[in-house]
Design a protein around this ligand. Structure first.
Ligand code: ZN
Length: 171
């Protein structure tokens, strides 16, 4: 009988050990889920602080958008993709964001003469710009959204701005 009791005691303690382990596992599971939820929440916050903008430009001398809207205080991550096939020298595209109140026609005329710098003229009228891209190329720029308002953007390749322009709105 004593032997039986000993076996029983061993069995019970083994059982207790196992259930302890299970409890620990379950606790870890809950902690993992909690960590995941926190990470997701953090990600959502950082995403709202960042505006991801993707624009395409093509061989038909067009952007696929005429209006970009972001929020004040956001970091803008803007990618320009030249989805065309033509060479940069024939159908190059860029994205140039102008300071408020800039005379776009005058700017574009100055840009035309700036071939050596990929049609980015000297001066301080530009907030930000991408590289000049040939077919199949892309460039990403990151910048802080300027103050609330409406800004003009254009492609400064000679002759393109008449078709390749739009509004960049910060609200
Ligand atoms: Zn262009």
């Amino acid at each position: 009988m004593r032997k039986f009791n000993l076996v029983l005691a061993l069995f019970v303690s083994a059982l207790v050990l196992v259930s302890c382990k299970e409890a620990k596992k379950a606790k870890k599971g809950v902690e993992d889920v909690a960590t995941k939820v926190t990470e997701t929440a953090k990600k959502a916050v950082s995403e709202s602080k960042e505006a991801v903008v993707v624009i395409e430009a093509n061989d038909a001398m067009q952007y696929n958008t005429k209006k970009i809207v972001v929020k004040a205080g956001q970091t803008v991550k803007l990618t320009l993709k030249n989805v065309g096939k033509m060479a940069k020298s024939a159908m190059g595209h860029n994205f140039v964001l102008l300071k408020k109140g800039t005379d776009m026609a005058k700017f574009a005329t100055d840009a035309m003469k700036a071939k050596a710098t990929d049609y980015i003229p000297a001066g301080d009228l530009i907030i930000v710009h991408t590289k000049l891209l040939g077919g199949g190329e892309e460039d990403t720029i990151t910048f802080e959204a300027p103050e609330k308002g409406e800004y003009d953007f254009l492609c400064s390749f000679p002759g393109h701005y008449a078709m390749m322009k739009g509004k960049f709105v910060v609200e």
